[in-house]
Design a protein around this ligand. Structure first.
Ligand SMILES: Cc1cc2nc3c(=O)[nH]c(=O)nc-3n(C[C@H](O)[C@H](O)[C@H](O)COP(=O)(O)OP(=O)(O)OC[C@H]3O[C@@H](n4cnc5c(N)ncnc54)[C@H](O)[C@@H]3O)c2cc1C
Length: 818
């Protein structure tokens, strides 16, 4: 047996210092080490408690796929699939790569839409994924029965790899660049040091490092706890079986493609001369719910074929030769899940120099991309792709064990269920509600989840179904949302915006600190607000905020609710001046946006404050009393219409809501949900963080450069200066689409009529007031100009659209200023 450092019995001592310490020598930890070394951090060290691959990695089926519903995940997977061959050539370590292709089958209309949307994205990013006829599919895989299949896609690079080979190839590549791997070296503690570094403790000695990387897979929770971190993860059992030789496969004389028949909740591919079938069973089983045993090694759980029956049954119909095959072995091993089955990725906002890459389910499809982005984030301060959907900061302290358990049960048992753009899964909810929740439920609210908060998406009228239907086409919420948009645009609407993130900055240094943080100059006059971007480490848009000067030394900052923990990383980057405080008031404050042409009349009924345009102009703010409730009122509205945001203490929310609804009744005003807000802001061309604004986009690409003040300092100004003079790579643009039964949502590729990729949609909605299907898209300025016709891939099919030179609703902003 070779020794602790993998050098044939010689136990090399641990270094005392390292650029970074990766904890865990599974597939993911080894990829991170490799990519750190590639970025020049060759003094990085990986510590593995046992042999490499000793967690989930060694027993995986190791299938690889390129396409995913989320574009950036497709890009990560595409990178990973291509990397394995390079890695093999670079290191000489075989990766056991089989790429006979993968066939993706659609049994339902929705699955067909999903596959066509993915195929359109593949065209945009030059990935190989295209439709094949049944004849062609039968030639590719003669053993599959394609009856009942309405659409077949083929990914020529699909297949599988050897789990151990790939992990050792990353390890060999990292070692060759100078990084060290020490096996049989369990980490026993991670201690933050006063100088900001970490001490990583092992029985063989301690290592001091600026970066700890938790890649401990099945033991991520235990390693996290060493730093006081509770990660929302739970392991489950997962099974697949491998059959004896199937004569038809032996006779085929070539490797047959794998088959993704996801409507059947199983996966299937060739293994040796037999077949490997795995399924995500309805009768799922958690394992080690509270803690993964320290002594768990290369062990598997007893088989439970009964649980696999449903998946197997479907597979046997699809591949009848399976019915006659004997079972050679069953693998039942543990894998560890986050509540949405996506990675818990990124630096922990509350711990300096601590990075997580945990809860990775399709590790073999994603290892390379996650390793690359982790290295970018650690070495360069930010990944090159927007990773918010995988950023561990998407979860907050509101995530408790029962939420994690319910969500993991749901995502495991519906592993291949389609994630529709408007999907709101009910498992584990409600988690956090505001006092007005019961009133809203009473009024017919259909709720969604935003950073743990229940918030109304739309309101069903009396007698209308309260359950959302799901699909890529317009669904049952379409008409109610249309009613809400029209009500607001014609009269007024009341939108609960309590889930916006709110912060209070107070003290003598408040203005100075905010000016040092944000790119715009803070309002000089009390009672004024400004909009400001927050600049990321590559010069892109890390956030967009409204800052209001409430008093000489007091400011209210409003930002994206779902990004509160994400933005904490930026707020913490700048020390507060003495005597100045920063606090989140999100939990103790609620708010409503009262908007629409009659909103002034509505609000004026409840306050003595003068709301006239002269006394309370656009972008002004004041502390006023509304229906006896102390409020901070801001004359801003994300609807693009005349409106105010009124913020109050959480305890006053019900009183304020009741008064607003009552005052609006005879004006024909009422409650409006967030889905109408989406339509309203898209009509007006307003971007939203996480969709149209992200660190991937530069200010000059989305028109926010006018808010970046170069004559003062701000966070990441040097990054902005590096890119400020660059012309836009793509420009944020409005499109009007000739869509009839489905609208753009986000991610749809845009092509020129000759098929040249021109960009992609960042948000889309039906504009109910202007009566048009709309999208905000990023388009290459040299390819698409106002008035041009382009094609947007709606449901994956090219749909004509026109490039607009201004937003269709109130382009001159009269309504905002009326
Ligand atoms: C039955 C099954 C089938 C699967 N099939 C597929 C598939 O087809 N395709 C696919 O992409 N994925 C598949 N997976 C998932 C895949 O296995 C995982 O995504 C992947 O292995 C995760 O790798 P990891 O490095 O994050 O974690 P792990 O493999 O769990 O590695 C973590 C490592 O950390 C080490 N460690 C833990 N604590 C410490 C400590 N204190 N000190 C030092 N080291 C420590 C462990 O020993 C271990 O080696 C499957 C999983 C299972 C269970």
């Amino acid at each position: 047996m070779s020794g602790a450092n993998g050098t044939n019995g010689v136990s090399k001592p641990l270094p005392t210092h390292a650029d970074a310490v990766v904890i865990g020598g599974g597939l993911v930890g080894c990829s991170i080490l490799y990519h750190l070394a590639q970025k020049g951090w060759t003094g990085s060290v990986l510590l593995e408690r046992s042999e490499l691959t000793s967690g989930s990695t060694w027993h995986a089926a190791a299938n690889i796929h390129g396409l995913h519903d989320i574009t950036n995940i497709s890009r990560i997977q595409h990178y990973t699939m291509n990397l394995y061959r390079t890695l093999e050539a670079e290191t000489g370590q075989g990766c056991g790569i089989f790429q006979p292709g993968s066939l993706y089958l659609a049994q339902t209309e929705a699955r067909e839409h999903q596959l066509r949307i993915q195929a359109a994205k593949a065209r945009r990013y030059s990935m190989k994924f295209h439709e094949v006829s049944r004849d062609e599919a039968e030639r590719l895989h003669p053993l599959v029965n394609f009856d009942g299949i309405r659409c077949i896609m083929y990914e020529p690079d699909g297949g599988n790899v050897d789990p151990s080979g790939v992990t050792h190839a990353y390890a060999a590549g990292a070692r060759a660049m100078g990084a060290e791997i020490h096996r049989f070296t369990p980490v026993t503690g991670t201690e933050a040091q006063p100088d900001g570094s970490w001490l990583v403790r092992t029985e063989r000695g301690d290592i001091r490092t600026p970066w700890v990387i938790n890649a401990a897979g099945l033991w991520a929770r235990e390693v996290g706890r060493m730093a006081g971190l509770e990660l929302p993860l739970i392991p489950t059992e997962h099974q697949y079986l491998v059959t004896e030789t199937i004569p038809e496969i032996a006779a085929a004389g070539r490797r047959l493609p794998s088959v993704a028949d996801r409507d059947g909740e199983y996966y299937l591919r060739q293994e040796g001369l037999g077949i490997l079938v795995g399924a995500y069973e309805c009768e799922m089983k958690f394992w080690a719910e509270d803690a993964t045993p320290a002594d768990f090694g290369h062990e598997l759980f007893p088989d439970d074929l009964e649980r696999l029956e449903a998946g197997l049954g479907g597979a046997m119909i699809r591949l009848p030769a399976l019915q006659r095959a004997g079972i050679k072995r069953v693998i039942n091993g543990p894998m560890i899940w986050s509540p949405d089955a996506s990675a818990l990725f990124g630096p922990v906002p509350e711990l300096s120099g601590y990075f997580c890459c945990n809860g990775i389910i399709p590790g073999f499809s994603q290892s390379g991309g996650l390793g690359k982005l982790a290295a970018e984030w650690i070495v360069e301060g930010e990944p090159t792709l927007d990773m918010f959907g995988w950023d561990l900061a998407r979860y907050g302290h509101w995530v408790g064990k029962s939420f994690v358990r319910s969500r993991v049960r749901d995502v495991y048992t519906h592993r291949f269920k389609i994630h529709f753009p408007t999907e709101e899964r009910s498992a584990g909810r409600p988690v956090r509600t505001r006092p007005a929740y019961a009133m809203q439920a009473e009024m017919g609210a259909v709720f969604g989840l935003n950073f743990g908060w229940e918030h109304p998406l739309w309101f069903a009228a009396h007698g209308e179904p309260r359950e959302e239907t799901y699909g890529f086409t317009r669904q049952n919420w379409f008409a109610p949302v249309g009613r809400e948009v029209q009500m607001l645009r014609e009269r007024a609407g009341i939108i609960d915006i309590s889930n916006f993130a709110k912060y209070r900055v107070a003290g003598p240094g408040a203005e100075e600190w905010l000016n040092a943080l944000f790119a715009n100059r803070m309002p000089r006059a009390v009672g004024r607000s400004c909009l400001t971007p927050l600049i990321g480490q590559r010069g892109g848009i890390a956030g967009d905020f409204t800052v209001t000067r409430l008093a000489q030394d007091e400011f209210m900052v409003i930002g994206s609710g779902m990004a509160e923990r994400f933005h904490a990383r930026f707020f913490q980057a700048l020390p507060l001046p003495a005597g100045t405080t920063f606090e989140s008031t999100t939990e103790r404050m609620c708010g409503f946006n009262v908007a629409g042409p009659r909103s002034r009349d509505l609000l004026q009924r409840l306050t003595n404050a003068n709301l006239s345009n002269e006394a309370f102009p656009f972008m002004a703010s004041a502390r006023i009393t509304v229906a006896g409730v102390d409020c901070t009122a801001l004359r801003v509205s994300f609807t693009g219409d005349l409106g105010w945001e009124v913020h109050c203490a959480e305890a006053d929310q019900v009183a304020l809501y009741a008064a607003l609804l009552e005052a609006g009744r005879d004006l024909g005003a009422g409650p409006v949900g967030s889905r109408a807000l989406m339509s309203l802001r898209v009509e007006k061309g307003y971007g939203s963080w996480g969709r149209d604004y992200s660190p991937e986009y530069w200010p000059q690409e989305c028109g926010l450069d006018r808010l970046v003040k170069s004559n003062k300092d701000f966070l990441n100004k040097a990054a902005w200066e590096r890119i400020a003079a660059n012309p836009p790579r793509e420009r944020m643009t409005m499109l009007e689409i000739d869509a009839t039964d489905a609208d753009a949502w986000g991610g749809e590729p845009v092509f020129l009529p000759d098929g040249t990729p021109a960009g992609q949609v960042s948000s889309g909605a039906y504009g109910f007031h202007v009566g048009k299907s709309l999208a905000i898209a990023y388009l290459k300025p040299e390819l698409a100009r106002a008035g041009d016709t382009v094609h947007v891939a709606i449901l994956g099919r090219d749909t004509p659209a026109r490039v607009l030179d201004h937003p269709p609703f109130d382009p001159d902003g009269h309504r905002l200023r009326m």
